[in-house]
Unconditional design. Sequence first.
Length: 126
Amino acid sequence: MDIEKLFFYKTNAEIKSTKKYNGLSVNLSLLKMAKIKDMLSLDFGYIVNYNPEIAVLSLDGKIILKGKKKEVDEVYSAWTKTQTLPKELASRIANVVTTNCQITGVLVSKALELPAPIIPPKISFK
């Protein structure tokens, strides 16, 4: 299954406090799916909370997937029953959505003078 397109239809950012910034938490949710012929439309929500309750940034969008009819039918059927995706597809979607949301989030956060909504990897040497 191929990822055809990703776009945002709603963004929101709000500063709630002038407290000292102490990290952030990120939540990605897959909200609803629709099937149109050989394509799936999957709505997502991406929320960044600046802790402790300093600010919130949210991005809502859609990702369009295209595949063979059988594959589209199988994924859609599984989604309607269990609200889950095959692991490989879920990983690809999560990575594409996260990358796009981080890029867009950097632009929005800059306008509000907030830190970039990117969680750096934790590196440890053994």
